[in-house]
Structures are given as structure tokens and as C-alpha cells.
Design a binder for this molecule. Structure first.
Ligand SMILES: [Zn+2]
Length: 421
């Protein structure tokens, strides 16, 4: 190894090694409430073998998300690690049902196991990006009640495509949902097709070697997934179903603890759950998971790429479908999503990518739809007050075959954040 490269590697190792063991601390929480209240409670802590998350930018957040987790060293007060995420719980709080009932949702986060006692701070933010609820609790890594799972046998898994060592790459796990023992070859074929679909899109095409893709194969007792609007209920490893929040195409699992249990001692950072169904649907939640139908036609694999834009890239939806009286993106707040703006702080978004003379907002040029970067009104489910970068993008319509230039840049930056000092 070249000396400069060696010394660089040593300095990176030093940044991680003084504070963390090469193990994972798993933190399970219950988030509960209704449309106005939130409560965060610790559920259970455990530790597993190896740390497969990032080893750079440990105390930084790349995107804000709708919630943040911060690990603070108790002795020095230094921030050791940060993580951001969005949750199904917060989506549910926007629904009509949340006006009438209190519900609870599982949420799990993994962090590198600290060597010394730390405080963990979990906070949830509202759509004005204000902190709405917070929990601070201490974790002593010597606590005998942190369940040690490092010797448990992992679920069967294998590499689909390996870009390099886990320390240098982003580990993406495809998880089989609803595949019986005799259907795993189908699942593995779908994993290959999904990697191919991702690889057709920049920046994944040119940065594919920054990723490791693995297939995790829990055997389902029954084939398929639950489709409540058809009265179909199936016993599967993640108990996932369509009709999430009564939206027929919205396919999710609420059983996050089961998902992480399946991943014990397996190298992963991001999930793509492939459901054994021909019924079209899916869902993607930032730094939580991406779930999609596995057996839809090849052309429909775009939904996996779109949902990965949400779950991995933190990209917002660039389509609109009306004007909600309570918009998800209020006019007085700049969204944290890199591909949406309310023009409150457009300088922080893609202003530098506009060619000179581009009007803000940009009026579409006739009926011809283009990928020319501008500031087009309509996005984030709203026709008014939210602006998107182009007329065509993977985050807007299924028919195009690329992410727009702004989404591509955002994805390149997040890949660098995970894999470069
Ligand atoms: Zn875009």
C-alpha cells in the first residue's frame, strides 16, 4: 500500500476507533400519540456483531429528515454520532384516523456501539422543522441488560453484487417478504433485476462500485403478502400489507423489530424489501426502508428506484395532486428535501444549477416536457407554493428513465457522504 494512502487510512481508523467498538448497538423505541400529541419511549437495547454503517462524518447529518438521533459522550459532552430519519408514525399523524385514536409504532435505529457511557437524544420535528417531542436517555455499554446477540446465527444471506469492503461501501440489503422455501430462486432473480434497474440510473450507474448488495432470505410460511382490500391475509416474516392508512397501493410493514431481528449479524445499512406479489405498490421512508412488489412487470421496477430515492436519498415526491388545506410543506418553511423548495431559502437548493436568465419561478415552455433545470411550480403533493427542479424526473413520473440533474447531484453527494472522508 502506498504510504500516503496508509497514513490516510490510519487517521480515519483513529477517528472511529477511540469512541466506538466494532459492534452495533440496536435501539428499539415506541413512538405513540394522535394528531396532536407524540410520546417517545425506549423499548429494548441489544448489541450485534460488526458495524456496517458509515465511518466518516460521524457527528454530522447529511439531511435533516423528520427526526434526528444524537449520541453524546457523557464525560466530555462531545457529539459522537448523528442520524436522521422519517417515520410512518409521523405520516399517520396526518391522517383522519389520527384525529380520533392514539396509536403506537415501532422504530429501530442502529448506531456504532460506544466504548464509554453516552446519552442518546431522539427528537421528532414537525413540518415547520420545529422540534415537537424529545427523549434523552443514558446508555452504559457495560449494562448487563443490553442483550448480546453477537453469537446468534444470522438469517441465510448472500452477496448479489459486491463493490468492495463493507467499510468502504454502502451495504444495501434486499429482504425477501412472502417467499417460501421453493421460491427463493425467484427472489434472487428479482434482486438481480432490481440492481440492474438501479444501475440504469445515474448516479448509481457510475457509482455502483460504492455499493454492496446482499440478499437476505427468511423463509415465509405462506407465499404472497396481505392485501386487505381483497380480504387476503398471509403469514409472512414481516407481516407486511397493502392498504397502509387505507391507501390501497401503499405497501408497508409496521413490524420494524421483526425486520431488524432478521438482520442480526448481517452487514446492512439500507433496506429494499421485495414482496412476493404481482399487485402493484410500494413505499419508501427516509433512512427507514423501501418496500416494493417484486413480481410486477420489468417496466414497473422503476417503482423500486423511485422508492430508493426516498429511502436512501431523502428525495421528495415531485408530483402534485391537488391542494390540501393542511399542506405537508407550509409556505413559510423551506423543506429539508434537496429537490423541493418553497423559495424561502432557495439559495440552499439548486439555484447554482440554473442557467443565466432562468426565471424564478419558471413557466413551462409550451407543451414540450423537458429535463431542463428550472423552478417549476407544483411538487410535494401540492399544486401551489412548492417548486420542483424539472418537468421530468424519476421522482415525478414513472415514464422517464433518469433522475433529474438536481436529484442526481443530491444522490451523488449522499453517496460521497457515506463513503468518503
Ligand atoms: Zn428530481
Amino acid at each position: 500500500m502506498h504510504l500516503t494512502l496508509l497514513s490516510l487510512c490510519l487517521s480515519l481508523a483513529q477517528a472511529f476507533a477511540p469512541s466506538f467498538a466494532d459492534s452495533t448497538l440496536r435501539l428499539n423505541y415506541i413512538f405513540s400519540g394522535d394528531n396532536r400529541t407524540q410520546h417517545i419511549a425506549v423499548d429494548q437495547l441489544s448489541k450485534t456483531a460488526g458495524w456496517y454503517g458509515r465511518r466518516h462524518h460521524l457527528a454530522e447529518l447529511f439531511l435533516e429528515g423528520n427526526g434526528q438521533l444524537t449520541m453524546v459522550d457523557q464525560a466530555s459532552g462531545d457529539t459522537l454520532y448523528r442520524h436522521s430519519f422519517s417515520t410512518l408514525f409521523q405520516e399517520w399523524q396526518q391522517t383522519e384516523e389520527a384525529r380520533h385514536v392514539t396509536k403506537s409504532f415501532e422504530n429501530t435505529f442502529v448506531v456504532p456501539l460506544p466504548k464509554r457511557p453516552v446519552d442518546i437524544v431522539v427528537q421528532l420535528t414537525d413540518n415547520h422543522r420545529r422540534v415537537q417531542s424529545m427523549l434523552r436517555h443514558s446508555v452504559d455499554p457495560q449494562d448487563i441488560l443490553i442483550r448480546d446477540r453477537s453469537s446468534e446465527t444470522p438469517t441465510p444471506w448472500r452477496y448479489i453484487r459486491r463493490g468492495g469492503d463493507s467499510k468502504d461501501c454502502i451495504d444495501v440489503a434486499f429482504v425477501a417478504e412472502g417467499f417460501g422455501d421453493d421460491q427463493m430462486e425467484d427472489f434472487l432473480a428479482m434482486c438481480d433485476s432490481s440492481v440492474a434497474a438501479l444501475s440504469e440510473h445515474e448516479p448509481f450507474r457510475s457509482m455502483i462500485d460504492r455499493f454492496n448488495f446482499i440478499a437476505v432470505m427468511p423463509v415465509s410460511r405462506q407465499n404472497g403478502v396481505s392485501i386487505p382490500h381483497q380480504g387476503l391475509w398471509v403469514d409472512t416474516p414481516l407481516a407486511s400489507s397493502f392498504d397502509t392508512f387505507y391507501s390501497d397501493r401503499y405497501l408497508t410493514t409496521l413490524h420494524i423489530k421483526r425486520l431488524y431481528d432478521l438482520m442480526t449479524n448481517i452487514p446492512f445499512e439500507h433496506f429494499i424489501i421485495l414482496a412476493n406479489t404481482t399487485e402493484y405498490g410500494g413505499g419508501g421512508i427516509y433512512n427507514s426502508y423501501n418496500m416494493a412488489s417484486a413480481k410486477c412487470p420489468r417496466s414497473k421496477l422503476e417503482v423500486i428506484v423511485h422508492e430508493f430515492g426516498h429511502s436512501f436519498g431523502g428525495l421528495g415526491d415531485e408530483y402534485d395532486y391537488g391542494n390540501d388545506p393542511e399542506p405537508m410543506y407550509p409556505a413559510d418553511t423551506e423543506p429539508w428535501e434537496p429537490n423541493l423548495t418553497t423559495l424561502v431559502d432557495f439559495d440552499s437548493k439548486w439555484k447554482d444549477m440554473l442557467s443565466s436568465g432562468t426565471a424564478i419561478p419558471t413557466v413551462p415552455d409550451g407543451k414540450q416536457l423537458t429535463t431542463k433545470v428550472g423552478v417549476y411550480e407544483g411538487g410535494g403533493y401540492q399544486q401551489r407554493g412548492v417548486y420542483r427542479p424539472t418537468q421530468l424526473c424519476r421522482m415525478k413520473v414513472n415514464e422517464v428513465h433518469e433522475f433529474c440533474p438536481v436529484c442526481q447531484r443530491a444522490l451523488r453527494r449522499i453517496i460521497d457522504f457515506y463513503t468518503r472522508p
